[in-house]
Ligand binder design. Sequence first.
Ligand SMILES: N[C@@H](CCC(=O)N[C@@H](CS)C(=O)NCC(=O)O)C(=O)O
Length: 218
Amino acid sequence: MLQFYYTRVSNNARRVWVALLEKQLEFESVLMNLDGDQFQEDFLKLNPFHHIPVIVDNGFRVFESLAILDYLEAKYPDLPLLPTDAQNMATVRMVELIMINEFQPATIALLRQSIDIPVEPQQLDKSKKQIDTVLRFLSDLLIKNGPYLMGQQLTLADIVAGTAIPNLPVLGMPLDDYPTIQQWCDRLQERDSWQQTTPSSEELEQAKAKIKAIVQNR
Ligand SMILES: N[C@@H](CCC(=O)N[C@@H](CS)C(=O)NCC(=O)O)C(=O)O
């Protein structure tokens, strides 16, 4: 059976977790603590970069969350999450890469502020502007396509963006000014896959405390 290595509070792992659930695949969860267990020899054999998520499917190992999503789609095409026509496929890929390359780095300043680690005001402003650009881009897609980013069907675009953006209020950036995004987040949260994988507020607070301790001990 397919094995899925993950932790509960990780956007990188959560996007794979949601895809496994949405595709109704059978899998065995292997919970990692990331307290040193990621440096154990057996795990390093699976991922020499000591990161989750990792999947092992009949002996075939894949790490890097976006590569895992592609693998799942190609290997298990039922309940598809990736459109096949050129324009829609490119748009899904654009959303995935915007989230990784533009959104994720911008959230670092917000995270620092939310755990009382000093951050330059200019840096915070720049990050908020960058996040605003991402939210406006996604709002435009929702207004054009709705109810999901690519239309009637949930796709990897919703999964990659929709497992990260609902965390913004926890990081001190409410979604009040983005009603279309808020409604889409609410719509996603109605799905079993989101409910099963949403970290509790205690888990989020514990994760923030852990990150704070790591940053302070550097
Ligand atoms: N680019 C990777 C990033 C994976 C990643 O950074 N995972 C973090 C958890 S969110 C991790 O395993 N950290 C443990 C470590 O670096 O030792 C992906 O998309 O899968």
